[in-house]
Ligand binder design. Structure first.
Ligand code: NAP
Ligand code: MG
Length: 450
């Protein structure tokens, strides 16, 4: 049994059995048995079952959100959005079964058609930072395309995944089509990654473990989708609406206490407005409401664990260039204050490594070319923001930054109907949007002689 903690109180809120390798094998075997019948469900029926699954999540969205507040320390506003996102992703891909069309290609002497065939059992391994959305980005398109799914939630945050697994059965998904296996990465995760009956892997988490997953996939030559870390740049040009850029910058990095792969954890500011921008940023950071995640007024909760807080704090040792920071509640809980480091040089560890906590590095730049060079001087390339009132510059910089998800005069990265994923060490492949289904199918070509 694993104790599940509330990170805001450090109290044990549940105990979850740690699944073994044999439990994992059984879940994969059940998924394999369930596959042929699920693949053959008529498209309209599969669509209807997925809509029912979405509606079951919707009917329990407040319960799921409250569960996430307690298990992950997410603010209630975020947790409601997250439950809604899982519902919406299911609804979106519930539109897919009847639209998973192939092509008819002109050939001599017959007819040539292509089919999009499901792969089989898909293993989905997810982290603790956004348990519901990230799981749904894998399981919804996988199920819609006719695959069966084995989902491993993070050891720290299994509660919403377990509940969603029950809701799938309540909604009428056949036994074995969608199975949640809670447990350790080194046990359950590694077993899924190396299992010969798993036909595709979807992994979200650290770049380090992502590499191991890719190696396991390579050993069996199966496809893999990876969503990994980030060190995204929020680039503020002198011609930007500085008030808005400064007012929103804290939310672009401190949302979910900075435990967001899309966190804009480097703020690049043009030197001519550097002092003015920092002057505007200070009250914005002081204004971030850090507190009880169940309180609708809270904008930031605790970190997920004591270990995560230790790892974040190690980036801010005595003598670190702390320009200013926010406040945190006293008492128990894994709290860490929003922290602004400035100025930071692009080579500094805090400008290069993913901190995955509420710490942001501010880096001055000279001109557009310098901004692009600094933004791209990173192993990562997941998201980023560009603040300028010059539309030409916005587009030039958006095209030049090596990153999968950019926003201009905004910090949004995720819409379930647009593609999401990373360049470089931030990942492989894309989730969400119209193309993600392709990652869950093989193209089969059939020629019929006439
Ligand atoms: P992690 O250690 O890579 O874990 C992610 C998942 O993999 C967890 O379920 C984990 O299980 C499992 N796992 C660990 N070792 C494994 C192994 N050897 N074989 C198979 N599975 C294994 O990452 P984390 O610590 O949970 O999350 C933080 C990291 O994830 C950050 O670097 C962050 O940037 C990244 N992340 C990226 C995205 C994205 O969309 N790009 C989203 C969220 C997070 P346990 O829970 O038992 O460790
Ligand atoms: Mg880990």
């Amino acid at each position: 049994m694993t104790d599940i903690l509330d990170p805001a109180t450090e109290r044990v809120i549940a105990q979850v059995p740690g699944s073994t390798g044999e439990d994992t094998d059984r879940a994969i075997a059940a998924a394999r048995r369930a596959f042929p019948a699920w693949r053959d469900v008529a498209p309209g029926d599969r669509a209807r079952l997925l809509r029912r699954f979405a509606e079951a999540i919707d009917a329990h969205s407040e319960e799921l959100a409250q569960l996430e507040v307690r298990n992950a320390g997410h603010t209630i506003a975020n947790a409601r959005w997250e439950a809604g996102n899982a519902r919406d992703v299911l609804h979106y891909y519930a539109g897919a079964p009847e639209r998973l069309t192939g092509r008819q290609i002109p050939v001599a002497g017959g007819i040539d058609v292509t089919f999009r065939e499901p792969l089989g059992v898909v293993g989905v391994i997810v982290p603790w930072n956004f348990p519901m959305p990230i799981a749904s980005w894998g399981f919804a398109p996988a199920l819609a395309a006719g695959n069966t799914v084995v989902l491993k939630p993070a050891e720290l945050t299994p509660l919403t995944a377990i509940r969603i697994g029950e809701l799938a059965l309540d909604a009428g998904l056949p036994e074995g089509v969608f199975t949640v296996v809670p447990g350790k990465g080194s046990v359950v995760g590694a077993r899924i990654a190396g299992h010969r009956d798993v036909a595709k892997l979807v992994f979200t988490g650290s770049t380090e473990v992502g590499r191991q997953i890719a190696a396991a996939a390579a050993a069996r030559l199966i496809p893999v989708t990876l969503e990994l870390g980030g060190k995204s740049a929020n680039i503020v040009f002198a011609d930007a609406d500085l008030e808005r850029a400064a007012a929103t910058a804290p939310y672009g990095v401190f949302d979910n206490a900075g435990q967001d792969c899309c966190a804009r954890s480097r703020i690049l500011v043009q030197r001519s407005v550097y002092d003015r921008f920092l002057g505007l940023l200070e009250p914005a950071v002081a204004g971030v409401v850090v507190g009880d995640p169940a309180d609708p007024k809270s904008e930031m909760g605790p970190l997920i664990s004591a270990a995560q807080r230790e790892s974040v704090a190690a980036y801010v040792p005595e003598g670190a260039p702390v320009a200013f920071r926010g406040s945190v509640p006293a008492g128990p809980g894994f709290w860490y204050p929003p922290t602004v480091l400035a100025p930071v040089s692009p080579g500094d560890r805090t400008a290069r490594e993913e901190i995955f906590g509420p710490v942001v590095a501010v880096i001055p730049f000279e001109d557009e070319a310098d901004a692009i060079a600094i933004a791209n001087d990173s192993d990562y390339g997941l998201s980023g923001s560009i603040w300028t009132e010059n539309v030409g510059r916005a587009l030039r910089v958006a095209r030049a930054v090596e990153s999968g998800n950019l926003s201009v005069n905004s910090h949004s990265s995720v819409r379930y109907w647009t593609p999401f994923g990373g360049y470089k060490q931030s990942g492989l492949g894309r989730e969400l949007g119209p193309d993600a289904l392709e990652a869950f199918t093989e193209v089969k070509n059939v020629f019929i002689a006439t």
